[in-house]
Each structure stands twice: as C-alpha cells, then as structure tokens.
Design a protein around this ligand. Structure first.
Ligand code: DGL
Length: 299
C-alpha cells in the first residue's frame, strides 16, 4: 500500500464524529477512513478533563498502531481535553475540531457576537473562547452548556434500524415536541440573556443531528454553523502539504471500530449518520484500546 493510501483515523466518544467522517468521505472520495467510536464510555462531556485526556491518548495510540496517516479528533470535548497532549505524544499529525469550528464562526458572524453550544466540559475548558478570540480578540463569546443533548441524540439513534425510513416518512426524527422543549430550555440563557448573538456554533459533533429544533428555537436571524467542512478543508491542506492525498486511483475502504457491545445498534445508527451502510465494523474492548503500545516514530 502506498503511504498516501493509508487511512485517515477519526475518533469520537461515540456516533457524533460520524457527522465529520461523512463530510470527509463525501469531499475526499478517494480517502479511506478508520473510525473509532468509544460508545461504551459515552458521554465524555460530563467527565473530568484528565479522564477524557487519557481516553484520547488510548484511541490515538490504537489508531497510530493501525497505521493511520493522520488522526482527526472528531469530538469537541476530546479536542478540548486532549488535542495538545495527542499532538505532543502521537507519531502522526493530529487535528481537532475546535479551531475549525472557531473559523466557521468567525466567517459567519457580522455582529461579532457568537454563541457556543457545547457539552459542559467543552464550555468549562474555555477552549472555544480562546480559539475564537485568537482569530478576532474583539468577538464576544457566550458559552452555553447543553448537558442533555448528547443523551437525547444517542437515545433517538438507539431506536434502531428504522431511522432512515422514519426520516423519509416523517421528516426530521429529532425535531419532536419534547426535543424542542428541551432545546428551548437549554438555549434560554443564550436567547433571553441579552447576548444578541448572530451566530451559534454547534460545538459538539452530536449536535448537527439536533439542528432542526436548534434552528427552530433560534429563529431565522441566527446562523447555525458547525466544524465539519472547515475540518475537512484543514485535513485536505495538511495531506496536500505532506504529499499524502490518496491518488485518484485509490478505492476508499472505510472501517469502523466501537467499544459498544451492541454492534447492530451501532451499525444502524452509524449508517444513518454516515449516509451509507457501515460495512466493516469490529468490536474493540476497553482492554484492547488501553493496551500499552510501542510508539512508532517517523510517520
Ligand atoms: N461528540 C462529542 C463532542 O463533540 C461529545 C459527546 C460526549 O459528550 O461524549 O463534544
């Protein structure tokens, strides 16, 4: 296999990172993806920073040992906690989703008032505020923690194999009266607190699935942006600079690994988010993920 044909490693706490993987697969159709979803330990957003940092290193070492050419941390929470250490410790380049999300927000805002909707841990670290203000120190950033959203998404996704049919028949399956109520309750500090944001960045890769009720709550004057496109652009630029873009002759092969004990559920929900069937899924135990590995420098 050519060096440039090695897969792109993509990591998330569960299924949310597939929103980013889907964008990569569509935009860079010759690239192969090796996706790891740590579903068993999801959600990360309510855990401590130290714990999430150690999970990032485990997944990163695992992906590096499986010969990926680059790693994307497709989880804002994991990026906030572990991007820096992963970049220092892993033998491959590592990209997070927060700097790309910050760029998307800066490109969108006109009033320089931006809301960040994210897990409690991501908001607590202040990583988005730093990333946005590194680009424009005059932007006011309003963090809005959404502790229940990941569980809502994972719960809807767990309803199984009929998601696609239900979406086709009834429209957005996530846009239910109950979800609208919970989204309104969560966004209240942002909309009634006088922040007057014109842009809200979805600072969690699960949240694009709740874009329906989020847009409904925020109304037509607020733009809702996420990091998938910007992350894919950054990925393209890095691979291109390193001469590692897969050639047009390469046939993409996507593989998926999960710590979930329910592969059928991961397959059904994952295929729905990824937009195509997840053909090759393997189970990895937490022990396998946590096995110490020899670092393989020189990639
Ligand atoms: N998808 C992850 C993110 O982007 C968070 C999910 C979790 O809390 O595990 O932040």
């Amino acid at each position: 296999m050519l060096d440039s044909e090695r897969p792109i490693g993509v990591f998330d706490s569960g299924l949310g990172g597939l929103t980013v993987a889907r964008c990569i697969a569509t935009t860079l159709p010759h690239e192969s993806i090796y996706y790891v979803g740590d579903t068993k330990r999801c959600p990360y957003g309510v855990r401590s920073e130290d714990e999430v940092r150690s999970f990032v290193l485990q997944a990163g070492n695992w992906l590096a040992a499986h010969d990926v050419k680059i790693m994307i941390i497709a989880c804002n929470t994991a990026t906030a906690a572990g991007l820096r250490i992963a970049q220092q410790m892993l033998p491959v380049p590592v990209i997070g989703v927060i700097a790309p999300g910050a760029r998307a927000a800066i490109n969108s805002t006109r009033t320089r008032k931006v809301g960040v909707l994210a897990t409690p841990l991501t908001v607590r670290t202040g990583a988005y505020t730093r990333a946005i203000q590194d680009l424009d120190a005059g932007v006011n950033v309003y963090g809005c923690p959404a502790p229940s959203f990941v569980e809502i998404v994972e719960r809807e996704l767990a309803t199984g194999a009929h998601l696609q049919e239900r979406w086709l028949q009834n429209g957005d399956v996530f846009d239910t009266p109950e979800n609208r109520m919970e989204v309104e309750r969560t966004l209240m500090p942002l909309i009634s607190g006088g922040a007057q944001v014109d842009t809200v960045v979805l600072g969690c890769t699960h949240f694009p699935l709740l874009a329906g009720p989020i847009r409904h709550t925020l109304g037509p004057d607020v733009r809702v942006v996420s990091s998938a496109e910007e992350t894919t652009r950054e990925l393209h630029d890095i691979l291109s600079r390193r001469n590692q873009l897969a050639p047009a002759s390469a046939r993409a092969e996507h593989r998926f690994a999960t710590t979930s004990d329910n592969i059928a559920e991961f397959a059904a929900a994952g295929s729905f988010i990824f937009g195509q069937p997840l053909k090759s899924i393997e189970h990895i135990s937490l022990d396998e993920l946590n096995q110490p590995r020899k670092p393989c420098f020189g990639a």
